[in-house]
Design a protein around this ligand. Sequence first.
Ligand code: HEM
Length: 613
Amino acid sequence: MAAAANIPLLQANRLRPTISFSSSSHPIRQKGIITCASSNGREPDSVDSEVKKVERILGEKRRARLSTRIASGEFTVKQSGFPSQLRNGLSKLGVPREGLDLLFSWAADGNGDYPKIPEARGSIKAVQSEAFFIPLYELYLSYGGIFRLNFGPKSFLIVSDPSIAKHILKDNSKAYSKGILAEILEFVMGKGLIPADGEIWRVRRRAIVPALHMKYVAAMINLFGQASDRLCQKLDAAASDGEDVEMESLFSRLTLDIIGKAVFNYEFDSLTNDAGIVEAVYTVLREAEYRSTAPIPFWEIPIWKDISPKQKKVSAALKLINDTLDNMIKICKRMVDEEELQFEEEYVNERDPSILHFLLASGDDVSSKQLRDDLMTMLIAGHETSAAVLTWTFYLLSKEPRVVSKLQEEVDSVLGDRFPTIEDMKKLKYATRVINESLRLYPQPPVLIRRSIEDDTLGQYPIKRGEDVFISVWNLHRSPSLWENADKFIPERWPLDGPNPNETNQNFSYLPFGGGPRKCVGDMFASYETVVALAMLVRRFNFQMAVGAPEVNMTTGATIHTTEGLKMTVSRRVKPPIVPTLGTPMLKLDSSAGVSDNDPLLSETGEVSAAHS
Ligand code: HEM
């Protein structure tokens, strides 16, 4: 069965006419990197802003209509039996859902009538014009922390409850596989760590996790700084020329350059180079996204592969990347053979600190194909995620000059004009909170996918093996019952002197890197990478949304993209001259315009506590 045919919600997203992941419209075919279209293959200037405005209003109306339809029970699947009828009747009389759950818990008698997971019927029409996780949020508000979404003969369990998420991801993780995700990603990641299950996953995880040790991550800080500095040079040129910049595309290139060096010591240099391997990487990435949203799996038709120009391009791109990876593995093997090797726990080769070098030096007994699958997996996992985090962080910051001002003050005082070091990571506390909060509002990916491989019980509901489960991190992170001002960007909700928020200390209501045995292996890497890039960019520049920039809307692939890029105007920060005055040791530095320290959300110490921490 084709992977995509299993996920009509994702298919629905595909119907949106403005979304195109096809490689033919890819940005790297367009000249002028500073102002290039973004990695989503869009042409920001080609769409009239009035049309956009109308589209937005229509979108809002559609959402409102969807809420009304949900509230009317249109999507509710009727359950049979007296308790169900009684419950439905009481619900219509306005008895709140929580009360009904409590009242009807007596009916959990195993006779098959109750409890039944609340059911909603999916409507392609209702969700077709949204990033798919948005209608899931509306349904969550009506149906609660777990509900079944039926699309014709297929159904999905949508989980937005922290304790059920914890059960699936951690407490009973062995009862779940990657399901649809593994099917979709097979063509590009093979049996790499993200799609792999069972024994292959266990063996590869045990080999790879030690490679991302603390000394390795510390060695990466300089790489993050160098790459961010190259981006600063691009931005500097744009500031001089008065050109606007499309930041989503630039962040995608920044993180591609970083991950290539960090994982297999390859210099993509995509910030200056569009051709060859860089284009191949984007062709494959867009194909993976396309396959997760396509209505019909054309690529599975044998002849289609050979005659479709697009599929031929994808095959050629895959071959180029695979050949490059094979070559990098060969070069690295030679290096390791020639090395006077003293392998130890936190081994780092100074000339080549990459993960590949660690794996080969450790004597990792693995086939070249498996190694290549793992490298490809990390290339993809560590590239678009970090790029998306930076994109949405800068979008959020463009609306909050108060936060930018605080951030710049911290960066000035911690870094001055130097490159960041590992010691600075502990001191860039506010910058870290900005990233924490950005990851709350825009989790990458917004939904975690699993399939039950054993019968299980979720909350009070028994489920059978073979259920496809979507854990909506988006819903968890924006739940009004878990967060105060859930939709607001408030880095101060995470106290500066508190622990770094993670799934454990937030009881699985905050899952920026997943949780349990399959938690992200690159969490520390990614946190430092995004903090370094953020710090280095806001230290030198002020960013504003460009005049006439297209409205920033969301669409999904594996991560949340913008529909038309993040077009910004960048200007150099001007620091006032340092005037030495007796008894005034502090420098007063320039901060961005319109900053108010009297924000009502802030206490005197500038802190707002999390609703549940
Ligand atoms: C801000 C950037 C990143 C975010 C938000 C992120 C997020 C995640 C999440 C949520 C998962 C869990 C997926 C699931 O449970 O289904 C995951 C898994 C994974 N991530 Fe990341 N990630 C990031 C960066 C990275 C980087 C830089 C690397 C590699 C150096 C990486 C490698 C992986 C791998 C290999 C897995 C699969 C682990 C397993 O299944 O055992 N990620 N990531």
